[in-house]
Design a protein around this ligand. Structure first.
Ligand code: GDP
Length: 767
């Protein structure tokens, strides 16, 4: 009773979420529901919806990320991707449920206790049919429609049945002849009713006294109800059927929120003397029922859930407020107090249903949201750790590759410089050796030419053939001599140089490349041979032999001998060159000495020599005969005729001897002598060229091998460079992956934090 009085005073003072104003005896309810406790649910629903939109984005981002990192690098396995993908549908399902989440209140009581009238009063309009007798023959669920039209839908059908008024609704319900257990959805424009706008769904039921199928009812319509309202008849008392129903409810639902409305309290106005007694009796029984029998709350809490109202008066008041036509304008004594109590019930109901719905519906969503965020975060943690580990390994690999590459580069620079020096030294050495050896071989060319013993014939054609063959012989002979003397040395040096080169390059190569390179680095199977291209054919092409018979001691021969000598030292100018055969020339500043068979004739002074030669020349040329006679006369006069005769005889004998011995053999000897002289001169000219050519071959051989080895190193470093690029790319990818994983982890933390804030804001005080 005290609670009742307090509530009434409180409401009279305009306290509470509903601003109730008295206007000339009429009660006006402000339709604004900004401060309504229902807004807790509305705000909580919006907030958790927003969070789940973010969770949805987050999970989708995580899936995209997992796909991106589940390639070859194995940061994430396909199973990880599948696991994360599964959360997308889970989040979708929660969002679907969230969309449909509402606050549900179910009204129960015996037939005609006024359930429909209470719902109508709460909705401020006559929405549900009410009247004497059994009006509600099935479950009616009133919920907000987003459109301006009111319509209904029977269970299992999508067909909209238009409803313009309550009478039509009643008609529609009658026409459809529904089972008592069936459900009809009544959609009423949200904008017309604050409760509907705030996502409250109201369920009217057939009387609990008309059906034995209470269990079925509970299973079908009660399990998700946030609040139960027992509409009792204050004119009688709580009935066993009503109590039984709630006993069943409390066995199936733990701690259901039950309000008891003692309706039709306007009847008490006719018996004011028993009002307090009856009220106390009803209140005690109800408190006892809730706290002791059902044990759903304490007696004190139960007192706050029991109301004495007149739904009929409340509806009437509200209809008047909305200036709707009403058939029964008469309100009996105390209607204002009963109306205040009805409003008080609404406030308590709203607080209760809002808190209960937030707790029962959103607490589990929040919990699941946190689980999803933390599960996905755990997967991302795995990816992050794996990416970090792989990144460290790759960074180490990059460091090693860097070091290897710079070490190879450094070593290669050193080896290249050293090998260049080595090649240069070898080239010089070979050039020197070839030059020396070739010069020596040229000096013994006559022996080589003498070895050639093909029959010699002096006719032109045979001679040409002989010359060509001799060219070949000389070339082959010189070549093989050079080869014999040099190839061992040069070959050995080359081998050593190549081995050293290969060894040093092999050591530069990275370990894993050495095995493959070993075969390539083997020096040639064939030892290196220098080719000595002397090309005697061309070199001696201009060789012209002179095989005409010349008496060694004829005047012409002697003069020619002098001329030959004079070519270098004497005053004989512009005379044809002849090789001195028996002359030994000892260079002296102003004198020459002629060596002849039989001894030295004597030295001549330069002037004398000039005179004799002029004379001899004159004798031999224009005044030959005259000169000869003068010379003979001079000799006869000087030495006497006997000596002249003896000399003449010896001279003649010598001539005869030489003439007789001028055979093919002699011609061959002369030919070879001339050839040797000619070839030696020519060959001497090409000594430098040939040695340079040989050293060039050596240089070529060594450079080619060095280039081949460099190519191997180059291939290895190119591969290492490519590997380095790959490693760099992998590091970049792993960095991106770990950054993304970190961001997503942070987002998971943020979402977890958001859900914690949600719990603090909406769930903490509901527990
Ligand atoms: P339901 O079967 O429980 O839904 O009951 P209804 O809402 O259809 O009401 C049955 C009858 O009781 C109707 O004629 C109502 O006008 C009437 N009624 C409902 N509430 C009250 C009330 O508080 N006082 C009076 N006097 N009659 C009421």
């Amino acid at each position: 009773m005290a609670a009742y009085v307090n509530r009434t005073i409180s409401m009279m003072a305009g306290d509470g979420p509903h601003n109730v104003g008295l206007n000339n005896g009429n009660v006006r309810v402000n339709m604004s529901n900004v401060d309504s406790p229902l807004q807790i649910f509305v705000r909580a629903k919006k907030k958790i919806n927003d969070i789940f939109v973010e969770i949805d984005d987050y999970v989708k981002d995580a899936v995209t990320f997992m796909h991106a990192v589940s390639g070859d690098n194995s940061i994430a396995t396909p199973q990880d991707v599948t696991n994360v993908e599964a959360y997308v549908s889970k989040v979708q399902a929660i969002r679907e449920v969230l969309k449909r989440d509402h606050m549900k209140v179910a009204f129960f009581g015996r037939t005609s206790n006024g359930k429909s009238t209470v719902i109508n009063a709460m909705l401020h309009d006559k929405i549900l049919p009410s009247g004497i007798g059994h009006t509600t023959n099935c479950f009616l669920q009133v919920e907000g429609s987003d459109t301006d039209e009111a319509f209904l839908r029977t269970e299992g059908s999508d067909e909209k049945q238009p409803v313009q008024s309550v009478s039509q609704l009643g008609h529609a319900l009658c026409a459809s002849r529904l089972q008592e257990c069936s459900l009809v959805h009544v959609y009423w424009p949200r904008e017309l009713c604050a409760l509907l706008r705030d996502d409250v769904v109201l369920v009217d039921s057939p009387g609990v006294d008309v059906t034995p199928n209470l269990d079925e009812w509970i299973d079908q319509y009660c399990l998700d109800a946030d609040v139960f309202v027992l509409v009792a008849n204050a004119e009688s008392t709580l009935m066993v059927t009503e109590k039984n129903f709630f006993h069943k409810v409390s066995t199936k639902i733990s701690q259901p929120n039950i309000f008891i409305l003692n309706n039709r309290w306007d009847a008490s106005a006719s018996e004011p003397e028993y009002l307090d007694q009856v009220r106390t009796q009803h209140a005690n029984r109800c408190v006892d029922f809730l706290s002791r029998e059902l044990r759903v709350c304490s007696p004190k809490e139960a007192e706050e859930r029991i109301f004495f109202i007149s739904a009929k008066e409340a509806l009437l008041t509200r209809m008047r407020e909305r200036e709707k036509p009403v058939t029964s304008p008469m309100l009996v004594e105390g209607h204002q107090v009963r109306y205040f109590e009805f409003v008080d019930f609404e406030r308590k109901f709203e607080e209760c249903i809002s808190q209960s719905a937030v707790r029962t519906k959103f607490a589990q969503h929040s919990r699941r949201g946190k689980n999803i965020a933390s599960d996905v975060m755990a997967k991302l943690d795995q990816v992050y750790n794996s990416a970090t580990e792989q990144k460290s390994a790759k960074v180490e690999k990059q460091r090693i590759l860097h070091e290897q590459l710079s070490s190879i580069e450094e070593q290669l620079t050193t080896v290249t410089r050293q090998m260049k020096d080595k090649i240069n030294r070898m080239v010089e050495s070979v050039e020197h050796k070839v030059s020396l050896t070739l010069s020596q071989e040229i000096r013994r060319l006559s022996a080589l030419v003498d070895e050639y013993d093909t029959p010699f014939r002096a006719d032109r054609a045979a001679l040409e053939q002989y010359k060509r063959a001799l060219h070949r012989h000389v070339e082959a002979g010189l070549g093989s001599r050079l080869k014999k003397r040099l190839s061992h040395d040069i070959g050995h040096e080359m081998d050593e140089a190549q081995k050293e080169m290969a060894e040093r390059m092999y050591n530069i190569l990275p370990m894993h490349k050495r095995a493959a390179a070993a075969t390539v680095m083997q020096p040639h199977q064939q030892p290196f041979e220098v080719l000595y291209r002397l090309n005697c054919d061309n070199l001696c092409a201009d060789f012209t032999e002179d095989l005409s018979f010349r008496f060694s001691y004829g005047l012409t021969a002697i003069i020619q001998r002098f001329q030959g000598r004079g070519h270098t030292k004497t005053a004989l100018k512009n005379a044809p060159q002849y090789t001195p055969i028996l002359a030994t020339i000892t260079p002296a500043p102003n004198s020459v000495e002629l060596a002849r068979p039989g001894g030295v004739i004597g030295p001549f002074s330069a002037e004398e020599w000039s005179l004799v030669s002029k004379f001899a020349l004159g004798a031999l040329t224009s005044q030959g005969t005259m000169g000869g006679l003068l010379l003979s006369g001079l000799l006869l006069k000087t030495v006497g005729w006997r000596i002249v005769a003896v000399t003449g005889a010896v001279y003649g004998a010598l001539y005869l001897y030489e003439r007789l011995t001028w055979t093919a053999k002699a011609q061959e000897r002369l030919f070879k002598k001339q050839y040797v002289t000619h070839a030696s001169n020519k060959l001497r000219l090409i000594v430098d060229l040939t040695s340079a050519n040989c050293s060039h071959q050596v240089q070529q051989e060594l450079s080619t091998m060095f280039a081949r080895l460099c190519r191997l190193i180059d291939e290895a470093t190119t591969e290492m460079d490519e590997e380095l690029c790959e490693v760099r790319e992998a590091i970049k990818m792993l960095e991106d992956a770990s950054t993304s994983a970190k961001k997503l982890r942070n987002k998971a933390n943020y979402l977890g934090h958001e859900l914690e804030l949600f719990d603090d804001a909406f769930l903490a005080h509901t527990n």
